[in-house]
Design a binder for this molecule. Sequence first.
Ligand SMILES: *Cc1c(COP(=O)(O)O)cnc(C)c1O
Length: 432
Amino acid sequence: MHLYSTRNKSGFVSLREAVLKGLPDDNGLYMPESIPQLPDSFFSSLRKMSFVEIGYAVSKALFQEEIPDSNLIDIVSKALTFPAPLVKLADHTFILELFHGPSLAFKDFGARFMAQLMSYFNREEDRELTILVATSGDTGGAVAAGFHNTPGINIVILYPSGKVSELQEKQLTTLGGNVRALEIQGTFDDCQALVKQAFLDKELNQRLRLSSANSINIARLVPQSFYYFEAWKQLPEGTQPVFVVPSGNFGNLTAGILAHKMGLPVQKFVAATNANDVVPKYVKTGKFNPRPSVQTISNAMDVGNPSNFERLQDIFGFTWNRFVEKISSCSLDDDQTRAEIIKCYKDYNYILDPHGAVGFGAWKAHLASHPNSTGVILETAHPSKFIDEVESNLGIKVKVPERLARLRERPKDSVKMLPEYDKLKSYLVSNF
Ligand SMILES: *Cc1c(COP(=O)(O)O)cnc(C)c1O
């Protein structure tokens, strides 16, 4: 597999380089040189295939010979250890539950797959790979769980002390083994600045093999395309669905477009956003004006300058007409989001989290003008991750899944640290 940067289409790198490096030097994003079309035989047997078989077929078509079959099967089967079930709410409305992984959000798919790929690409190195992650809460949990016990890889998570929820902190600090948590006495921006400085430190990079688990790594994008096929397989035969994707950085949506480019029949994608509506505005006006994010109750989508927008632009040849042919868009404010949580529970007895509720509202708006379509709403997080918001709107108790509830009992293990680079550096040098 060869990949180019969205900023330079003449230089190519291997999958290995793109995965270990994360970002090209020119600050663009890696894109596959070509997106293969899957054969008819794949689609005719899709309904009989397991999730792992689908993941293998899709990644094999993309990666081609770069990873031997037996290794690729191993990578996919270690990554896809939980299902993506489709739940029917009404005749034309389905929910794709993407929250059955360890951190209860769809980011588990990307994090686990990336962990397996990195471990594979690092297996012949004599030095371990140390991955630095700055997190404001959610991404860190998925990365910690995804990389836990991955051979040859150490994970160091930097999080702002007192600024993540109790449960998020437990996800970062209770795994042990190859996952270490640094509790920085500062802000998320401090954490990010420290990580950045470490990557720029030549001396440190000679002593340690450092890498990042960046959200725009191609290794996170590819597995997110698997569950679009998995969803399609569970729909009534012959359906050409509308996928409704609650979006922030637009990685999930980009993965859906990738699946479509590989041949998956999709009528339309609906990009659902909260008040951070730069993409809905682009769809409406053709003008893309990134701006600082605003805080909402669907906070994993509080993004004012979506990083994958550049990938989408690249796919659609930087042409607005082609973009809006495939993607429509809708934004909901917090009051509308709360109203959708309540409505969905009342009408269908189904509990949505705030991100899924944004998708649900966007779907209803789409259905009103396209009454014959069938929608699949991606539910990106389990409602118990946003338990206060959900319980206060519904007036009921939301059950916390056993695997999360168990974390509460486990002791926190973190290293407190001032936001000073020499402290981080000496920690890294003496521990790895
Ligand atoms: C990250 C996240 C999103 C946004 O996904 P993007 O790929 O960044 O668009 C939506 N919902 C939840 C729960 C998330 O964690």
